[in-house]
Design a binder for this molecule. Sequence first.
Ligand code: NAD
Length: 432
Amino acid sequence: MTAISLPSNAQENQIQIQNGKRSIPNQPIIPFIEGDGCGADIWRATRHVLDTAVSKAYGAQRQISWLEVYAGEKALSKCNTWLPEETLHAFRTYTIGIKGPLATPVGEGIRSLNVALRQTLDLYVCLRPVRWFPALPSPTKNPEKVNMVIFRENTEDLYTGIEFASDSPEATAFKEILKSHFPQQYEKIRFPHSSGIGIKPISKEGSQRLVKAAIQWALENQRRSVTLVHKGNIMKYTEGAFRNWGYEIARQNFADQIYTQLQYEETKKRRGEAAATSEMKAAQASGKLIIKDIIADAAFERALTYPQDFDVLATTNLNGDYLSDALAAQVGGLGIAPGANINFETGAAIFEATHGTAPDIANQDKANPCSLILSGEMMLRYMGWNEAADLIIKGIEGALYNRTVTFDLYRLMENATLLTTSQFGNAIVENM
Ligand code: NAD
């Protein structure tokens, strides 16, 4: 029995991707997962805001045909499984979708539904824009200097979940192999008997498709630089290789449009620092994209002290996880930061709230819906419906400017008015 009911116009309103180009019908079918916990509250407000923005921008000419699909607790109660095959099928068929937060099943086979969705659909880029909205309370002095977009690799690294618990027979067997085949490496394990083991696979294909997507996106959006963030000083053949493969694909595919830190270093070695600096400035002045790299720990320091140095950041999975939350917090936006998981080759994408299910405030019409609304705004832009997306930004800026906000921002702002989730959605609509 199927839990999903398809709209009558299912075939003609399917988003198509041909030769890398998206063809968006006027009434595209877009699957959505409401999400667990606060998901129902924030989805209700989000749908209202997205539908209103589309209708204000295009009248009756365009409208989204929403298709509810299930995952998480709602899927468990309706379909007796956390992630039904038909949900994956819907995302594959309709290409672009959106989701609220999902609870992580405890003690089940699936480690995380989000990771499962990203890996099954091969959504290899986790795209997280980090920008400050005027009036948004921030813990830093100059949040207006932060305007970054993080491209986090989404399918590799320690997130593949290849791990062996310390006392397990698997860990013992693995360590035996290590001991007999790679005795020098085995000797490096400080406490071999009680060590758990985790494996960090990072590939050339995985790194290069991520960096290529970041550069392509930066060029299309007239950004200034792409910084490769890595921990290659310690992990040479994974993180260091990510950096080297990144520069390689940059050179191979975009030679005429970029200037790299490696070129700068080379000129500096041959002709001195002044010559290298003037070469880089000339490249910038001619509109070339700068490709540079930085060690991950320095990136955290620099993002706080000189945020204006960073524009687009491309990084491995675990670095990206830490970095995207840290940077979002810097602009006071952790609760409102949007996100998208995208396969830049097929065009498949799922836009998502980046916070969790907030069980403590679930079903109280209290949660801040901005993260999901801004994810919807990214989705509209991805579809080329920029007029509707612009209206959403205008609406959010207006609501924040008027200090009409949900409880999380209310407690950080002076002279603010406290709104429920649905009232906040209405305030955004009123300010469009
Ligand atoms: P959480 O993000 O749900 O909550 C952390 C804190 O932030 C809580 O105090 C919560 O009330 C607050 N908060 C979160 N969203 C808010 C919003 N929209 N408005 C106002 N306040 C908000 O993180 P958690 O408690 O660690 O995780 C709860 C569940 O969510 C877990 O099962 C976790 O695995 C899951 N999770 C899912 C996602 C996702 O689906 N992308 C991300 C993170 C965590």
